[in-house]
Design a protein around this ligand. Structure first.
Ligand code: OOG
Ligand code: MG
Length: 264
């Protein structure tokens, strides 16, 4: 990937993102200051952010694919998928109360998550490779929270901001992927008892396993592999819906059960 930022600029942008994440305040997109910033530069900032997180003693749980559905690309005005990392301190268990005081402007989206039992590596990783290496799939909700004002960004900026990742909740029923047709599972997102979004699991690059394969191939470009035992979210199926304190959210997945949480 093409790099234009020097080491000092990467560190400075990483500290700016980290500050915005930790203090829950919005910042202008990074390309306002660095208009020539590339997607590769975005991943360099993301890597610096992950290294600082690991240095604080938090373990990595896995990865997430983002912007893998047309609904999400249209909502966010971008046309290439991205990846981001998932750390243990971002996980919330099913039925949790999720605080909003430490978030800027959270939104929720339904995703199919994969847990792997064998290492996956690119280039050329396919959806079939992913299914073979999958231990089970389960339903998940990602709470995204762009650190950029108005949730407005471009690809280099959102990659640097770790794909807006903030929290995630997994639960429902874990299933063997081969027993399901992952192209056609219906998904409904309810907020305070009302349906606010719906879609089918194939919205994610035709099949969520394809989104995971894409993630593995991007990891290869970054010089990494996906270790066995990784938790991977394959990308929002519907557009993301804003939440505020007091909201009860339930994501209902055909065949995979439901995942509930409450925002406080
Ligand atoms: C970028 C994150 C996208 C997904 O599942 O598509 C994402 C954003 O919309 O802020 O997580
Ligand atoms: Mg997502």
């Amino acid at each position: 990937m093409e790099l234009t930022l020097d080491h000092d600029a990467v560190v400075r942008l990483c500290e700016r993102i980290e500050g915005a994440q930790l203090r829950a305040h919005a910042i202008p997109k990074l390309t306002d200051e660095y208009p020539g910033m590339t997607i590769g530069d975005g991943y360099a900032v993301q890597l610096a952010l992950r290294q600082r997180w690991l240095a604080r003693g938090v373990r990595q749980l896995g990865w997430k694919a983002g912007l893998t559905s047309r609904a999400k690309m249209k909502q966010m005005g971008v046309d290439v998928p991205s990846i981001g990392f998932l750390m243990f301190d971002m996980f919330r268990s099913e039925g949790s109360e999720i605080g909003t005081a430490d978030l800027v402007h959270p939104r929720v989206e339904c995703e199919v998550a994969f847990v792997t039992k064998a290492e996956l590596r690119g280039p050329g990783c396919t959806g079939a490779d992913v299914l073979e290496a999958t231990d089970f799939v389960l339903p998940a909700v990602e709470v995204i929270d762009s650190r950029f004002s108005g949730f407005k960004f471009d690809l280099p900026s959102v990659v640097a901001d770790n794909g807006s990742s903030a929290r995630f909740v997994a639960g429902g029923r874990a299933r063997i992927a081969a027993e399901l047709d992952l192209r056609t599972l219906g998904v409904v997102l309810e907020k305070n008892g009302e349906q606010v979004a719906m879609g089918a699991s194939g919205a994610v690059l035709g099949h969520p396993a394809e989104a995971v394969a894409m993630l593995v191939n991007i990891l290869h470009e970054l010089g990494e592999t996906l270790p066995a035992g990784s938790f991977v979210m394959s990308g929002g199926i519907t557009e993301a819906v804003a939440v505020k304190p007091g909201d009860n959210v339930i994501a209902r997945f055909q065949e995979l059960g439901s995942v509930a949480m409450r925002f406080v």
